[in-house]
Design a protein. Structure first.
Length: 183
């Protein structure tokens, strides 16, 4: 099991995972597929917070992942948290296999604004790239505009590009980066 696998975990109906997979394929230049895994998402639900524990979800994803080295990105519409924060957009294992992101806080209508498919799609792509970047060993980046810039608010996501900066890109794709030399 190589490449990148998008796993729907109660995803937003307004978000096309096939289209997200196409975008990720273009960005990472790796095989990307959408695969079902029997992850019991409800086990990560915290009734007192009415949110889903993202670390618990990562553990469940790993437990149900087929053997191999492929990256597994869970895509959910449920609101995620870690105990020390009110919410997270996503979480990933650094330099390992499992990641998850939530579209819950990526929808304009959550903030009383008109729903935008385009914004939902763009923000989801950035969060998917960001969490996958962590699985490829990237930490948060503050060296310039980069999809690995950290995001606290949805506005932060809108400000960063759906691209890795050169430093991050070289780390994720050492073999794809050619250095131009010449006269
Ligand atoms: Zn991050
Ligand atoms: Zn960067």
């Amino acid at each position: 099991l190589e490449g990148i696998h998008l796993v729907p975990l109660l995803p937003d109906r307004d978000l096309s995972l096939a289209r997200l997979a196409d975008s990720l394929r273009a960005s990472f230049r790796l095989p990307v597929s959408v695969d079902q895994l029997p992850v019991p998402v409800e086990e990560a639900y915290d009734a007192s917070r009415r949110q889903y524990h993202s670390g618990h979800l990562l553990m469940l994803i790993l437990r149900h992942a087929p053997a191999g080295n492929g990256k597994i990105l869970g895509v959910t519409s449920r609101d995620l948290f870690i105990p020390v924060l009110t919410h997270v957009f996503g979480q990933a294992q650094l330099n390992n296999r499992a990641a998850v992101f939530s579209s819950f806080r990526l929808r304009n209508d959550l903030y009383g604004l008109r729903h935008s498919h385009a914004l939902l799609r763009e923000r989801s792509l950035k969060e998917a790239m960001h969490e996958l970047g962590h699985t490829f060993g990237l930490r948060h980046c503050s060296g310039g505009p980069c999809v690995m810039n950290p995001s606290t608010y949805v506005e932060d996501i809108d400000l960063k590009p759906a691209e890795f900066c050169l430093t991050c890109h070289t780390t994720v794709f050492p073999s794809q980066t050619s250095i131009q030399t010449g006269p």
